[in-house]
Design a protein around this ligand. Structure first.
Ligand SMILES: C[S@@+](CC[C@H](N)C(=O)[O-])C[C@H]1O[C@@H](n2cnc3c(N)ncnc32)[C@H](O)[C@@H]1O
Length: 517
């Protein structure tokens, strides 16, 4: 084995990487990106998924539970992580997931085809030969219309983060104890941020890394910041490299279409520099100092559908969203503006049909609505009658814009397993397991949700066999047992406990944690 690979293996064997669910890797998200690009991606309900560098398999467990008709193979170099993952698979009784200890360099040529291939947090942290092999696996093992997800750190943004990383590594060199390495690394970063006599801009640059590092667990810092190997690329280099393996770029799956956040005149000037979409994306990366990408690839020959069938594909999508609504002023024509969303993820609408659509989505949350139902709604709310295809097109433009601005989500499947209520509240098996082992729990949208002590103590009971009053009583008992637990005194009486529990369950439902029978 290559000495760098040996080191990587030793590193991950010494310290387990804290894995979690990444929504951007979910086959449904990848299928949606396929639809946006006019590709009829393989049906998610019975797909075959490969995750390369899966760690303990934390990203695959919630998928395996949620999509019982699909099969999942995870491979990882580290025996320790795979052994831990297999213990969890056995404990939870998942039958559709296999975790295998394997160097991707030895991935067997006869492993067959996969509809979705995932490699999260791998590409930029392995040597060139391993990167090439990963792309070769995608080329050889991706089914005809399959999609591959590869995340990596990108330049130019990664230049700024490299200063903090190099400083931490420099201070930690020669120290054997991993926790101590992390500790001294954090300390030197804090010290330099506080004491740099150089410019305020330099301090701010380092502060970004400092803030991020302080939000990370020591294990993440040990691997992501102090790991021996890190090699960011420019986006165009990644796409060119994928092209060598006859893989074509589809889009990025982190939902943020940064080009939508560029003022129209800036975008026009930038886009006038090149008509090549890859070039344009590269300029956008420079504009935003982007440092991470979640790129999706397809076989170069994958069939992209005609405009007509692309319309049919998108008409089968589901839309979901719960963006807060606020009224803010008027547009230049004096019409009232309705804003939906928070922070930078916000859209301003003036026309009645789109506004009513976003309100309908908010009412339906945490469930979604079929795209065609939104078209019906738009037709019903429109003051003037237009042909249905025309309305569908107009609504699609709005939905695609809201999707790119992270205001709504798109799915290829109904979310009928997500519920807002229930007499016997239930969460997934994996969420119950995570609640007793970890601080973050995967929700039904495959997002990691931070849970407090109270939720963590309720989740294991929420297997659908305990009623609301029983859960409320458990909460009261917890408070009596440990008065310091963060619960208001009202939970000490039955009505107060029920009221409090109802609120907790409502928040859990909004966070897509509650599952139907
Ligand atoms: C940063 S971790 C990411 C784990 C997980 N994908 C995540 O994002 O949480 C990188 C993982 O890739 C694995 N890895 C590195 N080189 C590999 C190789 N040549 N073959 C298989 N796995 C590898 C490591 O063992 C480690 O578990």
């Amino acid at each position: 084995m290559d000495p760098i690979n040996q080191n990587i293996k030793a590193d991950y064997d010494a310290i387990e990487y804290p894995g979690m669910a990444f929504a951007q890797t979910h086959p449904d998200r990848l299928a949606v990106l396929g639809v946006l690009a006019g590709i009829s991606a393989p049906p998610v309900d019975r797909c075959r998924v490969l995750e390369v560098g899966c760690g303990i398999g934390a990203n695959l467990f919630p998928m395996a539970e949620q999509i019982p008709g699909a099969t999942f193979l995870g491979i990882d170099l580290s025996p320790r992580q795979i052994a831990r993952g297999n213990e969890i698979v056995a404990e939870l009784g998942f039958k559709n997931i296999e975790l295998r200890c394997q160097d991707l360099m030895d991935f067997p040529a006869d492993a067959g085809q996969f509809d979705y291939i995932i490699a999260h947090g791998l590409y930029a942290w392995v040597p060139g030969a391993v990167k090439s092999k990963l792309l070769e696996i995608c080329r050889r093992h991706l089914s005809a219309n399959g999609l591959a997800f590869i995340s990596y750190s990108v330049l130019p943004g990664a230049y700024s983060t490299m200063i903090g990383r190099e400083l931490m590594r420099y201070r930690a060199r020669g120290i054997a104890d991993d926790q101590q390495r992390v500790q001294v690394g954090k300390e030197i970063l804090d010290f330099v941020v506080e004491n740099t006599p150089y410019t305020e801009e330099y301090r701010q640059l380092l502060q970004e890394t400092q803030k991020r590092v302080h939000e990370m667990s020591w294990r993440h810092i040990r691997h992501d910041e102090l790991g021996a190997y890190s090699e960011p690329h420019y986006f165009r280099q990644f796409v060119a490299e994928a092209g060598r393996f006859n893989l074509a770029y589809v889009g990025d799956s982190d939902l943020t279409d940064l080009s939508l956040r560029v003022p129209e005149n800036t975008r026009q000037i930038l886009y006038s520099l090149s008509s090549d979409p890859i070039d344009r994306e590269q300029y956008i990366d420079f504009l935003f100092n982007r440092r991470f990408r979640c790129s999706v690839l397809r076989q170069r020959e994958a069939l992209t559908d005609s405009a007509q069938s692309a319309q049919k594909l998108r008409s089968l999508l589901w839309v979901a969203g719960n963006p807060p609504e606020s009224q803010t002023g008027t547009d230049p024509a004096g019409r009232p503006l309705c804003e939906f969303g928070t922070g930078a993820d916000k859209v301003a609408l003036v026309d009645t049909p789109p506004i009513e659509i976003l309100r309908a989505l908010r009412r339906a949350w945490p469930r979604g609505l079929p795209f065609e139902q939104l078209v019906d709604l738009a037709i019903a709310k429109s003051p003037v009658a237009h042909p249905r295809p025309m309305v569908a097109n107009a609504i699609w433009q709005v939905i695609a814009f809201c999707f790119g601005m992270r205001v709504v989500e798109l799915c290829t499947r109904d979310r009928n397993n997500i519920v807002a209520d229930g007499a016997f509240p239930k969460v997934t098996k994996i969420a119950r397991w995570q609640a007793t082992h970890e601080a973050v729990v995967a929700n039904l949208r495959h997002i990691g949700v931070n849970v407090n002590d109270l939720v963590r103590c309720l989740l294991p009971l929420m297997d659908g066999s305990h009623s609301r009053p029983e859960l409320a009583a458990a909460m009261t008992a917890a408070k009596k047992r440990d008065p310091s637990i963060e619960l208001p005194a009202e939970v000490l009486n039955p009505e107060g406990a029920q009221r409090y529990l109802d609120n907790v369950l409502r928040t859990m439902a909004e966070n897509s944690l509650l599952v139907g029978e």
